[in-house]
Design a protein around this ligand. Structure first.
Ligand code: 4AD
Ligand code: MG
Length: 465
């Protein structure tokens, strides 16, 4: 077949690269078929862009195949590119040949009408064929590219950190176990499961973060970043938590907390600018159908200087507010989403970076401040989503790190020996952060649920497809 001769619809309607009157071959799926006296219209979408291309069939009686072409069918459409007589589009195809490649019958679930996002989750194998999920899928691809571009252009090296891990990078215990032991017949030793007989000769898990390994490589290459899948076994059934999500984690040698904040702010602004400029069609769609303020929001973030406040200042702002919080505010609490959203949406009305958190509520690797009570952690909070980035300056002093690990109950020093070695041999001040990829896609698209921006979401109780 002449499949390779086909023209992608984006080349015609987005790039404007195909001259009128060209003979073209379009391969795609039928969105709608309309027949009236003496003329038929077939709308074909090939996924290359939001828009479909309309085929016009002047003498439908000469196309008996039309009888069998329903919404969802795949077709090969041949004809001449001509100016459209209809409203809302510049081009259409004067069809000379139409072939049915793959039939779809009336049970096809994506008939022409609006479907709820909840319904579409049940048919995630088909939902990329809808306008919304097509746009989300294209955004995920383009923003992935923008992320690599951003770091590569700034001299950061991409490192691949392991998915299977034997340490808990966050020290929070929310890990999925990786094991080949026979669950019905677990080997025992001294009344406990004998993991020395497991696949790796020890306990293993899916990683919660590539940070610790990224730190190791940063101590060799300078500036690095990871971009890969991470897994959390926390039973959080919220619209912002997934059990599997992708994370971008830059790690910089010779960098302190201020440098880290500068990078986080610049990185987010760069991604949002990219989305506005390079994904304009899809962004317009989101702005029209999903969140009428999303473009304005992104433009606002790009123009704003992020507010930077210490945790202690943030607590004062919350305490002096008139807001009724469900979770009472006092120094030492972990900020809840309601607090984060108040700070960014009402108190400062722009993105806020909160830093210098109480040591008890933050991970063991964060650098201890001179006050002995707070650590050099930072969270970037944005309106609607709350925390989008979490990061810190790392504790590079061996003795301080060991003390803090003991305090936090991370006492398996054999497991973390390599992490400590980095502080033993040529230790370097360094900093980094993690940006949740799916959260940033939510933010850019205005989509309200993380289940609706992941191609195949994994959340508690759900891992279909
Ligand atoms: O704040 P977190 O847990 O930080 C870390 O994992 C550090 N090791 C990062 C680093 O310093 N290199 O996670 C970082 C970001 C969060 O701000 C959030 O955007 C996202 O990852 N995230 C999640 N996204 C979706 N579902 C979840 N369950 C998430 N947990 C964290
Ligand atoms: Mg965090």
């Amino acid at each position: 077949m002449d499949y390779k001769q086909r023209t992608r619809i984006a080349r015609i309607v987005v790039d404007d690269k195909v001259p009128m009157d060209s003979e073209i071959i379009i391969l795609g799926m039928v969105r709608t078929v309309r027949k009236s006296k003496g003329v038929a219209f077939v709308q074909v979408n090939d996924g290359s862009c939001m828009e479909s291309l309309q085929g016009v069939i002047a003498e439908p009686e000469k196309f008996p195949v039309l009888e069998n072409i329903l919404t969802g069918a795949s077709v090969r459409m041949v004809g001449k590119l001509v100016p459209s007589e209809g409203q809302g589009q510049k081009y259409e195809v004067a069809v000379s040949q139409l072939d049915l490649i793959g039939e779809a019958d009336a049970t096809y679930p994506l008939q022409k009408k609006r479907h709820s996002f909840e319904f579409l989750r049940e048919i995630a194998h088909l939902r990329a064929r809808t306008n919304t999920f097509g746009a989300v899928s294209r955004m995920r691809s383009k923003i992935s590219y923008a992320i690599h571009k951003y770091y590569q252009e700034r001299g950061f090296y991409y490192v691949h950190t392991p998915v299977i891990s034997t340490s808990d990078a966050e020290g929070a215990g929310d890990m999925f176990r990786v094991s080949t032991l026979d669950l019905a017949n677990l080997p025992q030793k001294d009344g406990q499961i004998d993991f020395s007989q497991d696949f790796f000769g020890r306990e293993a898990f899916l990683t919660v973060s590539g940070q610790l390994e990224a730190e190791l490589v940063a101590m060799a290459l300078g500036d690095v970043y990871t971009f890969g899948p991470t897994f959390r076994a926390e039973n959080s059934n919220t619209s912002r938590h997934a059990s599997e999500f992708w994370m971008i984690e830059p790690e910089m040698a010779w960098a302190e907390l201020d440098d880290n904040m500068d990078l986080a702010e610049d990185f987010l602004k760069n991604l949002f600018t990219f989305a506005l400029e390079e994904c304009a069609d899809d962004m317009e769609f989101f702005n029209k159908w999903v969140d009428k303020q999303v473009i304005e929001t992104l433009q606002g973030v790009v123009a704003a200087k992020f507010e930077r406040v210490t945790y202690t200042e943030a607590i004062k702002v919350l305490e002096s507010s008139k807001e009724k919080f469900e979770y009472p505010v006092k120094w030492g609490i972990d900020l809840q989403t309601e607090h984060e959203r108040y700070l960014t949406e009402k108190a400062f009305k722009k993105p806020v970076i909160v830093y210098d958190y109480p040591e008890e509520i933050k991970a063991f690797y964060m650098r201890v401040n001179d006050d002995g009570k707070t650590v050099r952690g930072m969270d970037v909070l944005v309106p609607r989503v709350g925390e989008i980035i979490g990061g810190s300056q790392r504790e590079e002093r061996l003795d301080v790190l060991v003390d803090r690990m003991k305090k936090m109950g991370v006492t398996d020093f054999e497991t973390y020996s390599w992490y400590l070695d980095i502080r033993r041999y040529g230790t370097v001040p360094h900093s980094g952060f993690g940006l949740g990829f799916d959260r940033v896609i939510m933010y850019m698209t205005g989509m309200a649920n993380i289940r609706d921006v992941q191609t195949f979401p994994r959340v508690p109780g759900w891992a279909k497809f």
